[in-house]
Design a protein around this ligand. Structure first.
Ligand code: SF4
Ligand code: SF4
Length: 197
């Protein structure tokens, strides 16, 4: 993570940040993420965060904060409109897809445009990225966004998984989503995409 109002991205050597993008006055990751090293749960402000300014312990912030940047900072494929300060949504890439952490102060932000359309687009398999899971987190609640709709999965805990699979129906693909906790089950099967939340 981030959250000094850094004017010099080179202060974090080694991270492939998108040129020209900065955290600026955004501090959303210091609210929505849990930071075990600080015993900070999800969706409460870190006690070291000065909102609109950044981290007050920047030089000694925990390793997990040093290593973290959201997808807006890391991926040029994420459009500028997703700047978390504006969108109120922080994107985190996962090997199996994308988790969109919504600021609980604006729980419906993900339903606004163009955000909702982008989420549906990202949930739709294509040749470049294949099939990926798109999950919206609002507090503990998780919603799987699918190419043909969405599934409210209820409450999930950190480390739980969301799985999505496409099944052949009489007139095309029908998507299903479900959640799992604990050891991976054999039910996943081929063609199932998974993300951890
Ligand atoms: S959510 Fe992203 S843009 Fe905002 S402070 Fe964190 S890393 Fe920077
Ligand atoms: S210590 Fe707190 S304020 Fe500083 S980067 Fe980590 S979560 Fe943000």
């Amino acid at each position: 993570m981030r959250a000094m109002t850094e004017s010099n991205p080179a202060a974090d050597p080694g991270l492939p940040l998108v040129p020209g993008r900065q955290c600026g006055a955004c501090t959303l990751c210091c609210k929505v993420l849990n930071i075990p090293a600080l015993h900070k749960p999800e969706n409460v402000w870190c006690g070291h965060c000065k909102q609109g300014t950044g981290c007050t312990i920047y030089q000694s912030r925990p390793e997990v904060c040093r290593d973290f940047y959201c997808s807006y900072r890391l991926s040029a494929d994420i459009p500028e409109v997703w700047f978390p300060l504006k969108s109120k949504i922080m994107l985190r890439a996962d090997p199996g897809g994308i988790v969109a952490f919504v600021d609980p102060g604006r729980p419906n932000a993900w339903r606004e445009e163009p955000y909702y359309s982008h989420l549906r687009q990202w949930a739709t398999p294509n040749a470049k990225r294949g099939h990926q899971v798109v999950v919206v987190r609002i507090g503990a609640r998780a919603i799987a966004v699918l190419p043909d709709g969405e599934v409210d999965l209820g409450a999930l805990a950190t480390g739980d998984r969301v799985l999505v699979r496409a099944n052949r129906g009489p007139v095309g693909l029908i998507y299903e989503a479900w959640k799992e906790s604990g050891p991976k089950s054999a039910a996943a099967g081929e063609g199932t995409a998974t993300v951890s939340v």
